[in-house]
Design a protein around this ligand. Structure first.
Ligand code: ARG
Ligand code: ZN
Ligand code: CA
Length: 235
């Protein structure tokens, strides 16, 4: 096998006020959450219902902060059209995960590009208030899970409801079918499409405190990108 994979990360902090110029500590807290979540070292995983105990997994993917770039810019809201990436292009996206931290606006927590897209927009964007667990963070999205979710997309994961009504797939066999996103903190069981939703999966839309797992099928889908000839082999 490929063993434990390590992804070097560049963080671009783009700020229009001093609060958005988040601290090195806040950035470090996000890298910690990524490593906990992708290595199944997150303590909240102990809440998992027994039904899913054979599905939860350590993805054996780790993250190391390789550099931080800070940019003052008077733009108040960047939207989701990649403008922040054109303003501050990704640095060696072939070998590094680039994360832009800025105010997106419109209540958007984050957005990501799937693998195989253009190099000049490769990476993920996360709102400053939803990045990390300390400093300028905003409940209930102050657990660093927005970045875990977006990095899931960056590594080829779809939303677990497949963005469809029971009949669309996320291309992962062990995430049960669902008809729509779940929000807040759903109680177990949440039944849709003739099975219990895996609401606690990072690729649902629940609050940070209520998502705490990747599945085996998701692990395999992500790790396939790193195999010889895979889209993210260079990482
Ligand atoms: N809505 C965003 C997306 O689809 C992020 C959702 C993150 N959820 C969270 N609880 N942090 O990419
Ligand atoms: Zn998403
Ligand atoms: Ca599935």
């Amino acid at each position: 096998g490929l063993g434990v994979l390590n992804i070097p990360v560049y963080v671009h902090v783009v700020y229009s006020n001093s609060a958005q110029n988040i601290s090195d500590n806040q950035i470090a807290s996000q890298i910690t959450v990524l490593n906990e979540d992708f290595r199944l070292a997150n303590s909240d995983a102990s809440q998992l219902p027994a039904e899913f105990s054979n599905d939860i997994t350590d993805t054996e993917i780790e993250f190391t902060l390789a550099g931080t770039f800070r940019h003052a810019n008077s733009t108040g809201s960047w939207g989701t059209n990649d403008a922040v990436k054109y303003a501050y292009p990704p640095v060696t996206p072939e070998t590094h995960l680039n994360i832009w931290v800025c105010n997106i606006g419109g209540g958007i927590l984050g957005y990501a590009q799937f693998p195989g897209g253009p190099a000049n927009t490769d990476g993920v964007v996360v709102g400053a208030q939803y990045f990390g667990t300390t400093g300028y963070v905003s409940a209930p999205f102050d657990g660093g899970r927005t970045t875990t979710h977006e990095v899931g997309h960056y590594l080829n994961l779809r939303h677990i409801w497949g963005d469809g009504r029971c009949n669309r797939d996320d291309f992962v066999a062990d995430t049960p079918k669902s008809d729509a996103p779940n929000y807040g903190c759903p109680s177990y069981p949440t039944y849709n499409c003739k099975s219990n939703d895996m609401t606690m999966n990072y690729m649902d839309y629940v609050d940070d405190a209520c998502m705490y797992m990747f599945s085996d099928g998701q692990r395999n889908r992500m790790r396939a990108l790193f195999a010889p000839g895979g889209v993210r082999e260079g990482l």
